[in-house]
Ligand binder design. Structure first.
Ligand code: ZN
Length: 300
């Protein structure tokens, strides 16, 4: 009988998700709650330790867990021991997450950018053959990005490779959550859509934006900004595969065909444009948690 699990944790800006993944890549003991319900004191790591001890006890998983993997919407240090910058969860920055939890729980603890776990899941789900370069572009509130070499997410000299959302764009000076101005994700991330609902389409629910206004200039401009982001990375890397996912491309009536057309328009001819392997991935709430198990497998 199977008794070994990887605990995957997805700490987002709003929700905290946790699940236990067995060796067959099935999730059990899945839980979701607001992040603020977990971190209630001014010692976030003690809060997390307490929560995990309770979770392991009530799920009867104590002694059956080979590793705990935490995905953060953040930049991490190269050694993957702490969060460097996390605009949506500032309280986790510069804390010795791995050291603290490993000592407290006696279980191997790994941390990674959430998007790197997501892309590992998508690689398996969409049966992507081993390849030299694969990129994942995930359009949520911001723009998540992972560049994989031989299916391994690129880390970078300081741990911060793959920040497509924060490449600077001309003629934009808007402040970004990262502290810089004029970042791509201000124009190509879901926060642009939220702004449209505040400033332009005040009576429209964000989920109806593409259904009601998809052919209008502000949304066409948005889709083009997404395409510019993806095509920029394609033109630099000439990837074997391009995965596009996240909440935005999975919105009701999102014009995937138009996005692909715009990406092709901005991509260099004849190659890589003539041989693009572009795959739209579905949005699933447990991707990061399942990806955690693949991450442990990759880092044995
Ligand atoms: Zn930025």
């Amino acid at each position: 009988m199977d008794t070994s699990y990887v605990i995957g944790i997805d700490i987002g800006g709003t929700y905290f998700r946790i699940g236990a993944v067995n060796t067959q890549y099935e999730i059990s003991f899945l839980k979701k709650c607001p992040v603020r319900d977990i971190f209630t004191t001014d010692v976030p790591l003690a809060d997390l330790e307490r929560y995990l001890k309770e979770y392991l006890a009530e799920s009867a998983l104590t002694g059956k867990v080979t590793a705990i993997v935490i995905g953060f919407p953040a930049t991490l240090n190269r050694e993957r021991t702490m969060v460097l910058q996390a605009p949506n969860i500032r309280f986790m920055e510069r804390l010795p997450v791995v050291e603290w939890l490993t000592a407290a729980l006696g279980i191997r603890v790994l941390i990674e950018r959430d998007v790197c776990l997501t892309v590992l899941y998508d690689i398996r789900k969409y049966h992507i053959p081993m390849c030299e370069i694969l990129i994942g572009c995930y359009f949520g509130t911001g723009v998540g990005n992972a560049v994989c070499l031989d299916h391994r997410p690129l880390i970078g000299s300081h741990g911060t490779a793959g920040e497509l959302g924060h490449i600077p764009v001309l003629r934009d000076r808007e402040a970004c959550g990262c502290g810089n101005r004029g970042c791509m994700e201000n124009l190509a991330g879901g926060k642009y859509l939220a702004k449209l609902c505040r400033d332009v389409y005040r009576d429209t629910d964000i989920s109806d934006l593409f259904r009601l206004h998809g052919k209008e200039k502000p949304l066409l401009k948005f889709v083009d900004a997404m395409a510019v982001a993806v095509a920029t990375e394609i033109n630099i890397l000439d990837p074997d595969y391009i995965l596009i996912g996240g909440g935005v491309p999975n919105m009701k009536n999102f014009p995937r065909g138009l996005l692909e057309q715009r990406i092709r328009e901005h991509t260099r001819k004849p190659y890589p444009e003539q041989d693009l392997h572009l795959i739209f991935t579905e949005d699933e709430q447990t991707k990061t948690i399942l990806g955690s198990a693949y991450y442990v497998e990759m880092n044995r």
